[in-house]
Design a protein around this ligand. Structure first.
Ligand code: IDC
Length: 345
């Protein structure tokens, strides 16, 4: 009997072992597939859920719990040229596969089909609304960017800017994830005092409705002279930040020291646009310099947004020009700049 029970025991152990093996194979396989696929972020764990409404404290961006926070974003190309990338799947890919927590909606004011140069205002605003909705549903931060460029001085289209931002602020004051960028890159002869005049009017218009959300103010010379802005920041309003833009193949250490000067003076700086190409948006990319910039920004806890999500045949585009997808981008769809950015994140 003893031997028999021993035999049975052995057989049962064997069967149990096989069952256990089968079960564990069965359970391990799907988990592995899931971890190779994008990790879907739970609704309770989105960047917005974790950080809430952002504020500016001294020179830093902080979350609702008072902790310093870093926005890591991607800018659309002009929504006038590339409206197709404003879609929820694209934003979700950026959030879940790349680790992006912020999207910038760049709306050119004077270029092709711009807001002040014959573009359909209704369509452009509808794209902004869609972009804000998708970002909100995904719990991401979103920048509404009045993308001045060839207009040089933002005062040129100030009237339209006032009514645009009033409309946005009225609509989005309850959104905790919206930031307003009131002028992309003042340039030409535009002085800091001109930008201040413009900014004061726009900020006042926004604050009539939206008392809290962050407002990003451009600085002279294509948003590079944060050191000049730091000499005489705008007074009387909370939650203002000043933008600094760079393109790593053109702008190096001397530009970092401009940022350093500005933050030493207590200026809250936000990099609402950068590329790793030349400042033309094309030419060579410089990964070595780009890495130096990111190291610097991380140390200083300065948020950054990369230009741009499109497949335009330029080295600053994050997608290869052969990539016709507008969502679900794989590593093989990314340009050299795109690969660098995703890996860096
Ligand atoms: C560039 C685009 C390019 C477009 C051009 C319009 O990459 O496809 O034809 O604008 O003039 C900026 C600007 C940004 C530029 C970018 C690259 O904010 O609009 O985009 N850049 O030149 N500042 C520095 C570089």
């Amino acid at each position: 009997m003893k031997t028999l029970s021993n035999i049975y025991l052995k057989q049962y152990t064997k069967k149990f072992f096989c069952l256990f093996l089968a079960l564990s194979l069965f359970t391990v396989t799907p988990t592995e597939t899931v971890s190779a696929a994008p990790k879907k972020i739970q609704k309770s764990q989105t960047p917005l859920k974790k950080n809430g409404r952002l504020k500016v404290k001294k020179s830093s961006l902080i979350n609702s719990k008072g902790k310093k926070v870093l926005l890591k974003g991607v800018s659309t190309h002009g929504i006038n040229w590339f409206p197709e990338y404003v879609n929820p799947d694209a934003f979700q890919t950026l959030r879940d596969n790349w680790g992006v927590n912020c999207v910038r909606l760049a709306m050119y004011t004077e270029e092709y089909n711009g807001y002040c140069s014959g573009g359909s205002r209704r369509e452009l605003k509808s794209l902004i609304d869609k972009g804000v909705k998708y970002a909100t549903d995904l719990g991401m931060y979103v920048i509404i960017d009045w993308h001045t460029l060839s207009d040089g001085n933002p005062n040129k289209n100030k009237k339209q800017a006032v009514s645009f931002f009033k409309e946005m602020a009225k609509k989005y004051r309850k959104h905790k994830n919206v930031l307003y960028e009131i002028c992309n890159e003042p340039n030409g002869n535009t002085q800091w005092k001109d930008i201040k005049t413009y900014a004061k009017t726009i900020i006042k218009a926004i604050r009539t409705y939206d008392k809290k959300n962050i407002i990003l103010v451009g600085t002279p010379t294509w948003s590079q002279d944060v050191d000049t802005a730091a000499e005489s920041p705008i007074k009387g309003y909370k939650n203002l930040m000043y933008t600094f833009h760079f393109y790593a193949a053109s702008h190096k250490a001397s530009y970092r020291s401009k940022v350093e000067k500005a933050i030493e003076k207590g200026l809250p700086v936000f990099v609402s646009e950068f590329g790793i190409s030349e400042s033309s948006g094309n030419g060579k990319i410089n990964k070595k310099e780009a890495n130096k910039w990111i190291k610097f920004l991380k140390e200083k806890k300065i948020s950054y947004v990369c230009w741009n999500l499109s497949n335009k045949n330029e080295s600053c585009s994050l997608l290869k020009s052969a990539c016709k997808k507008t969502k679900g981008f794989k590593s093989s769809d990314l340009s050299a700049a795109g690969k660098w950015f995703k890996k860096m994140l």
